[in-house]
Design a protein around this ligand. Structure first.
Ligand code: APR
Length: 244
């Protein structure tokens, strides 16, 4: 797979680069995607697990699922694509990484400025008081875990279906999408809003959009370049170009 020459030129010429990632960038680290053929949602129904209603109805079941996902993700390492993005952050005077992923692998790869649109599976928050904290225990000693401050139920600090995103984070993500020269979209099916609208916002604001995905998605039709590649292979190819 050859990277389009014009894409490399646009990448070199960009003053402000924004990267938007989805579950596909973590697939080669071993994190199951949501909608792929062996996706998480194939075995579970998101409505039964990733919603405030499901949590209210059966917090133990929802926490058992998150405890399982956390123990699955804990030993996994970032891959070359995560690490490339951390390197790109250093190369651009203006840069933003916007991720839909909650696995924490971008941070583990060294990325600093990360906008986590859907939260983080390693953060918990109380359902009753303002307590919020990082919790890396796998497995959890107690399921569902209780707030260390007030003893009420803790919940994963993630965005469930039907919940609003953190307004500040979303506004910042929209601002970066509106002011970048190039948006690099890696490993998202482009079906979950509002994240899926960010490439269109960038495009409408005059940016170029490049998509990296083995499959086509709704983003493909607005992308200037749609690179049919897995994230790691793309990162390896791009590194060759960034050497010279
Ligand atoms: N490299 C790049 N892309 C890949 C790879 C890979 N190795 N493997 C799979 N993909 C692509 C798939 O083709 C698919 O388009 O990654 C995408 C993964 O799509 P989803 O599983 O839908 O994940 P994502 O787009 O991040 O989902 C968005 O939906 O369930 C919610 O909150 C959850 O953040 C998630 C959101």
């Amino acid at each position: 797979m050859k990277l389009p020459k014009e894409f490399i030129e646009a990448l070199r010429a960009a003053r402000k680069l924004v990267v938007l990632t989805g579950a596909g960038i973590s697939a080669e680290s071993g994190v199951p995607t949501f909608r792929g053929k062996d996706g998480l949602w194939k075995r579970y129904r998101p409505e039964e697990l990733a919603t405030p209603f499901a949590f209210k109805k059966n917090p133990k079941l929802v926490w058992e699922w998150y405890d399982w996902r956390r123990s699955l993700i804990a030993p996994l390492e970032p891959n070359e694509a995560h690490r490339l993005i951390a390197e790109l952050e250093e190369r651009y005077p203006e840069f933003a990484l916007i991720t839909q992923n909650i696995d924490g692998l971008h941070k583990k790869a060294g990325s600093k400025k990360i906008l986590e649109l859907h939260g983080n599976i390693w953060r918990v928050r109380c359902t009753n008081c303002p307590y919020k904290g990082e919790d890396y225990r796998v497995p959890l000693e107690e399921v569902p875990p209780k707030c260390p401050e007030c003893g009420a139920l803790l919940r994963p600090d993630v965005v469930w279906f039907g919940e609003p995103l953190d307004a500040e984070i979303l506004n910042e993500a929209v601002h970066h999408s509106e002011t970048c020269d190039l948006m690099l979209v890696i490993g998202t099916s482009g079906v979950v809003q509002p994240a899926a609208s960010l490439p269109l916002i960038a495009k409408n604001a005059g940016a170029k959009v490049a998509e990296v995905n083995p499959e086509s998605t709704p983003i493909t039709s607005i992308a200037d370049w749609s690179i049919r590649s897995k994230a790691v292979e793309f990162a390896q190819k791009l590194k060759e170009h960034l050497k010279d």
